[in-house]
Design a protein around this ligand. Sequence first.
Ligand code: AP5
Length: 191
Amino acid sequence: MRLLLMGPPGAGKGTQAKFVAEHFGVPAISTGDIFRANVSEGTPLGIQAKAYMDKGEYVPDEVTNLMVRNRIDEPDAAPGFLLDGYPRTLAQVEELDGMIKHTGHQLDAVVVITADPEELVARLLQRAQVEGRADDTEDVIRRRQELYAAETEPLIAVYKERGLVHEVDGMGEVEDVTKRIFDALDVVPQS
Ligand code: AP5
């Protein structure tokens, strides 16, 4: 199973990725999490990424693409993967197409989580109080939303043309959203 989870900042991609990936027995690969791990470890990749992340800008495609390519090449991703937060640009879509084609497989589905933008600002400001993520300030959250609308939302049309998109309402309780995703993918969750 090769899946993408898309949606604006705070829509619940990371939260839902865990449940969906577990169901399919594939790794949930979050580019944001990989960047943050590198930032924490102070690696050259982390130092480079932090300059963009703190402002809510996208890390350059060539950096992100190479990182995803390396991650997908790891043995645990051979049976499939769920990508959370990648691709975000048209160049990343094209790169991912090449990576998947190279393995002789295809993309199975793209789940797009939708939600009210103001609810998402509130969620992320709430998270800031608990986790203190550097990019969860109101200005940066709004910049992330703006960039998502300009650069990433248009990708949904690309995947719609391929008949892969399942749009899911991300408002309400976490478990209700999970159920909607499983319903959209037409799978019966494990109890
Ligand atoms: P990334 O970490 O992916 O940030 P994001 O897309 O802005 O998304 P978030 O992680 O903030 O939100 P989410 O949708 O995963 O929601 P979550 O489940 O966490 O990327 C960070 C940065 O890395 C980017 O800005 C960019 O700089 C860089 N980057 C990453 N990928 C890149 C790429 N492909 N190309 C270039 N640069 C890239 O939930 C959010 C909060 O809401 C949590 O507190 C959660 O508990 C809560 N919550 C979740 N669901 C619900 C619910 N149903 N009801 C109430 N609260 C909920």
